[in-house]
Design a protein around this ligand. Structure first.
Ligand SMILES: Nc1nc2c(c(=O)[nH]1)N[C@H]1C(S)=C(S)[C@@H](COP(=O)(O)O)O[C@H]1N2
Ligand SMILES: [Mo]
Length: 420
């Protein structure tokens, strides 16, 4: 195995016994035999490490090589029109590194250079315009942190608990810091005519992934972005330019953005008529469900992140988000939803961005049913999956923001379950 550490994990834990107060001190392993990691000079202290430039573009250390995007092969027919999942069970904080942020392509990730890049604005505008990369670089730049969630996130769970791991049940989400120009500034340059009520945005890939966005949103917080987490967008996230549509379903975040058409009504694209509508029990469809409702998930412990240290202090960690604004509170239950306790919000709470919560507890080593529920600033409370099914039935794929339950067994292993 490539990620086998130099010394055993147990020895390492024993070696960490020293510092810390309160909870942490009780979590420390009692020292019995002399620990060579403390008493002996180790190989890494007796020789030089790598020189600078060993890896001009750095990669994670080999011990972390399991923290990668994964797909579920049976889910889609072909890997070019497919999806993979962010390893949220293994990440902390709120920012998703681009290298492990989920990908969703309808016709594969294309290679488009800055030199070949063109962005056209046409339709109901005073001046039809074509921007080059250099043109875009001359507009005022803005920064926004936003989550991008595919409307199908959790979609396989409508019928019941199915996939083992929050990477697979909730990992069609990422959260990055974008730098770009505001769409409203580009539209102002073109001059939107009074009849212009919608923009139709499409990408340069074969699928084009065209979507219509109402003018009100287009003029609000939509960004034409070219940097993510401080560096150029990766190819798979739309290099050199993608649309960022904070709070709205991932499908509208057009990658390899090539055209913005201004119209007096929504253009019915293939995307909208065949997909990204929610089929209801009575055969009707919910349409224009663009905003992602509040949701949360415990990322660890979870099926891919079982408890290995036994009873005692346990850190429960998870993510919460809402497309309607800020997260106001996250509640955690460790008894299957009978009692709820507010979790600690760690770090800053930003609108339409991932929020990290922690819940510190003393685990008695008995089985638990753990779950979280998000409450956003509008007062909306994340529903149970059952409550969602009662409204929308089982024919659905999209917008499943129901509460995720994990069954923590006494041996620390974790399973995806539902509580009747
Ligand atoms: N041009 C283009 N844009 C696209 C897509 C696509 O296939 N082509 N997929 C969409 C979908 S369904 C989602 S969920 C997001 C995913 O963005 P990501 O691949 O950066 O995670 O991109 C959207 N933008
Ligand atoms: Mo999507």
């Amino acid at each position: 195995m490539t990620d086998e550490p130099v010394t055993s994990r147990r020895a390492f834990l024993a070696g960490t016994a020293a510092a810390g107060a309160g909870l942490v001190a009780t979590a420390a392993t009692a020292q019995t035999a002399p620990d060579p990691l403390i008493t002996e000079v180790q190989p890494w202290a007796s020789a030089f490490g790598d020189p600078v430039d060993a890896t001009p573009y750095g990669m994670p250390i080999r011990f972390e090589s399991h923290v990668v995007r994964r797909n579920v092969e049976w889910l889609t027919e072909s890997p070019v029109s497919s999806i993979n999942f962010t390893p949220i069970h293994a990440l902390e904080g709120t920012i998703t590194p681009q290298g492990c942020a989920f990908e969703r392509h309808h016709s594969g990730a294309i290679e488009l250079s800055k030199q070949d890049y063109r962005l056209m604005i046409n339709g109901l505008v005073e001046r039809e315009l074509v921007f080059t990369w250099d043109d875009l670089m001359r507009f005022p730049r803005h920064i926004a942190i936003a989550f991008c969630e595919c409307a199908a996130n959790g979609g396989m769970e409508w019928g019941g608990a199915q996939l083992e791991g929050c990477q697979f049940t909730q990992g069609m989400i990422h959260n990055m810091e974008y730098t770009g120009v505001m769409l409203r500034d580009l539209l102002a340059e073109a001059g939107v005519k009074p009849e212009g009520k919608w923009v139709y945005v499409e990408g340069a890939d074969a699928s084009s992934n065209g979507r219509s966005i109402p003018m009100e949103k287009a003029l609000d917080d939509v960004m034409v972005a070219f940097f993510a987490n401080g560096e150029a967008l990766r190819k798979e996230h739309g290099y050199p330019v993608r649309l960022v549509v904070p709070g709205w379903e991932g499908n509208m975040w057009v990658k390899w953005l090539r055209r913005i058409g201004v119209y007096d009504q929504a253009v019915e694209s293939r995307e909208e008529t065949s997909k990204y509508t929610d089929l209801m029990p009575d055969g009707r469809a919910r349409k224009w469900t663009w905003v992602m409702d509040a949701k949360s998930v415990i990322t660890s412990p979870s099926p891919q992140a079982p408890i290995r240290h036994g009873k005692g202090p346990l850190v429960i960690t998870g993510l919460a988000w809402s497309g309607h604004g800020k997260i106001a509170r996250v509640d955690v239950s460790v008894d299957g939803g009978n009692t709820w306790v507010p979790a600690r919000i760690s770090g800053e709470v930003r609108p339409k961005a991932l929020t990290r919560f922690h819940y510190d507890m003393n685990w008695d080593g008995q089985e638990m049913f753990i779950m979280s529920r998000a409450i956003d600033e509008t007062g909306y409370v994340q529903p149970t999956k059952q409550a969602l099914r009662e409204i929308r039935g089982l024919n659905n794929v999209y917008h499943n923001n129901g509460i995720q339950v994990w069954w923590v067994r006494a041996d620390g292993e974790v399973e995806n379950v539902e509580i009747a």
